[in-house]
Design a protein. Structure first.
Length: 627
């Protein structure tokens, strides 16, 4: 019976769920492959927010405080939610997974809306691939860039709600206000949604009433419209309350027109100065040609329900994208289009594909079957060219993403060097400045919540009891797996070294203790153990009995739920002259923290299981094997 119920689900919901799952898994695969669990650039500004949250002094003014030219209240709240779920552990990868979840919801909303409009075909379904395009790699592998995904979910969600609504209801007004709030308090660019939603609600009210005179006579419509407009004004006022306008520094020689044309043709063209004008024009026509051609047709037939809805959807998102391009052209006119803007600019291609689907739908009115077939064929060829160009642009971005990920690792190492030695000097630029970063790193509260990739045993937290075996980075050079930044090894040049080291741990406060392990801890003569102090010089010893990791890094995970509040230490002994072992900095994780790490580490397996499960269900349905 349960299998039968699966196929009774509405097709719109089924397709939307499938699209969301695929997009979520694809983005998680990218995160697992290229991200590192390290606060990047102005993500460090969250340090003060987290410290105040732990101290119980976090106020609404702190949540709504201005960040650069933005007010990122939604971003702060989402990051605090991830921080709470991770057991009060700063975990940027968890925020990246929240971004992936927002993209999944966005894909589901998009597929659900275009299916409701009768515009779902092979290329509009594949348009969801643009949502995880690698051209936006800066946002995919940054926890703090959740702002772009929250804003675009609000923009697309609000516009889809407008397009699918028959009447100006209170539910539509409430959804619109929520979307406007989320968009505005994610990025300053979200302010454009307030204008789009205001105009969209007015158009729906006019269409429902029939004329402006009838609208003014309809008390219900006037009240709903007035409530919506007052709500939008209040949200905008809340944004600008205590807002400080920052000066626009346009020192670049790049012209506004050149930047505008390049942004229109993104992702096919990224360089503003090195690309010929004709290439920009051709690329812009490939993307925006269908949109520019179909909107006048929809305006001419806007009294039809389908044309009116399609017009709202296309023009609403198109207006937001164009407005976004104008804003970045005036405020950030660099010689190239930054990948972080890709999350918004990929919607140019999605709108082009949607416009082609609208064109095919309108071609049903053409009487000549020959003309209709040629026109549909042309739309299919255009869609193939547009999707192929997007896939090529994504593949070209792989090398850029790899270099960017390596640069972030260099910044992580430079930051950790500053944590170890506050006087260390590095050529790698650090944000926002060395003194402010040092203040955060030397704060005991911040040190206790730093991400696991920044786990470091400060001098005094580890003691060499005897021998000459244990040295920093003393593991065998040929290692596989994720190498921890801080590690102690007993190989130290060869296998003959012997000795004992003790790592002193802070009081146990989380459910799990995770210790990176490498080498041969169970080889005769070697020992790796966790000693838990119980008072009166009594202790309980847990010995590592797992499989030897050999020349790779593995994790020893210990459930510490019964030992909350106690102190503990890790003892590593090498008394063998033919085998070695190594350990990294231990860290404490909550259940959710461990689950997030495990999910990212095994995303390939999870994606495979989901894929073959979906294939099996489809096979089961298509071959008539239902009960």
């Amino acid at each position: 019976m349960r299998v039968r119920h699966i196929f009774l689900i509405d097709n719109c919901v089924r397709y939307a769920a499938f699209a969301g799952a695929v997009v979520f898994l694809l983005q998680c695969v990218i995160i697992a492959s290229y991200a590192n669990n390290f606060p990047f650039w102005d993500e460090w500004e969250l340090a003060d927010t987290l410290r105040k949250y732990l101290a119980g002094s976090l106020s609404m003014n702190d949540i709504f405080a201005q960040h650069n030219e933005h007010n990122v209240a939604v971003v702060r709240l989402l990051c605090l939610l991830a921080f709470y779920l991770m057991g009060n552990m700063w975990h940027p990868v968890a925020s990246m997974l929240v971004s992936a979840l927002l993209v999944a919801v966005l894909a589901g909303v998009w597929i659900w809306a275009i299916n409701k409009l009768g515009l779902l075909n092979w290329w509009t379904a594949l348009s969801c691939v643009c949502l995880v395009s690698l051209v936006q790699y800066e946002n995919i592998i940054s926890g703090f860039q959740i702002a772009f995904y929250a804003m675009m979910l609000a923009v697309a969600g609000g516009t889809c709600a407008l397009a699918l609504s028959y009447r100006l209801t209170r539910s539509l007004v409430a959804v619109s206000l929520v979307c406007v709030f989320v968009a505005i308090f994610s990025l300053v660019s979200g302010l454009m949604l307030s204008l789009i939603c205001g105009i969209g609600l007015l158009l729906i009210a006019l269409r429902e009433a029939g004329s402006l005179r009838e609208l003014l006579r309809n008390r219900y419509l006037v009240m709903n419209l007035g409530f919506a407009l007052v709500g939008i004004v209040l949200i905008v006022w809340l944004f600008f309350a205590n807002y400080r306008m920052l000066p626009v520094d346009r020192t670049s020689n790049v012209s506004l027109l050149a930047y505008f044309l390049t942004a229109l043709s993104f992702p096919f063209v990224k360089s503003v100065v090195d690309t010929p004008l004709q290439t920009k024009v051709i690329s812009s026509i490939l993307i925006w040609g269908p949109v520019v051609a179909i909107i006048p047709v929809l305006l001419r037939h806007r009294r039809s329900v389908f044309e009116f809805r399609a017009l709202l959807l296309l023009s609403g998102i198109a207006a937001f994208v164009i407005g976004f391009i104008i804003l970045i052209a005036f405020g950030r006119s660099d010689p190239f289009i930054s990948p972080r803007y890709g999350t918004v600019l990929v919607w140019s291609s999605m709108l082009g594909l949607l416009a082609l689907a609208v064109g095919v739908r309108l071609m049903e009115a053409i009487r000549s079957s020959a003309v209709r077939r040629v026109a549909v064929l042309a739309c299919n060829v255009w869609a193939i060219a547009l999707l192929s160009a997007n896939i090529n642009a994504a593949l070209v971005s792989v090398d850029e993403m790899r270099r960017h990920a390596d640069w972030r690792l260099a910044k992580r190492d430079a930051t950790l060097a500053l944590l170890v030695d506050s006087e260390s000097v590095s050529d790698t630029p650090l944000y926002p400045d060395r003194e402010k970063l040092k203040r955060w790193l030397l704060d005991a509260v911040i040190q206790n919540v730093l991400p696991f990739e920044m786990s470091y045993m400060l001098p005094g937290q580890w003691t060499i009891v005897e021998g000459n075996a244990w040295t920093l980075n003393g593991e065998f050079p040929a290692q596989m797996g994720k190498t921890p930044f801080f590690r102690l090894g007993s190989w130290s040049g060869n296998n003959v070294h012997m000795g004992t080291v003790v790592l002193h741990l802070p009081p146990i406060r989380e459910q799990y203790l995770v210790l990176p392990v490498s080498g041969y801890p169970t080889h005769p003569g070697n020992l790796l153990a966790l000693e838990i102090m119980e008072g009166d010089n009594q202790k309980q010893t847990l010995v590592y009995t797992g499989v030897d990791p050999h020349e790779r890094w593995d994790m020893w995970i210990v459930d510490m739920q019964l030992f909350q509040g106690r102190t503990a230490q890790i003892v590593a002994i090498d008394k063998s002259q033919d085998r070695w072992l190594a350990v990294g900095a231990p860290r404490q994780l909550s259940f959710w923290g461990l689950a997030a790490e495990s999910f990212v580490e095994n995303i390939g397996l999870i994606a495979s299981v989901v894929f073959f499960t979906v294939v099996a269900i489809c096979f089961y349905k298509w071959h008539g094997l239902r009960p």
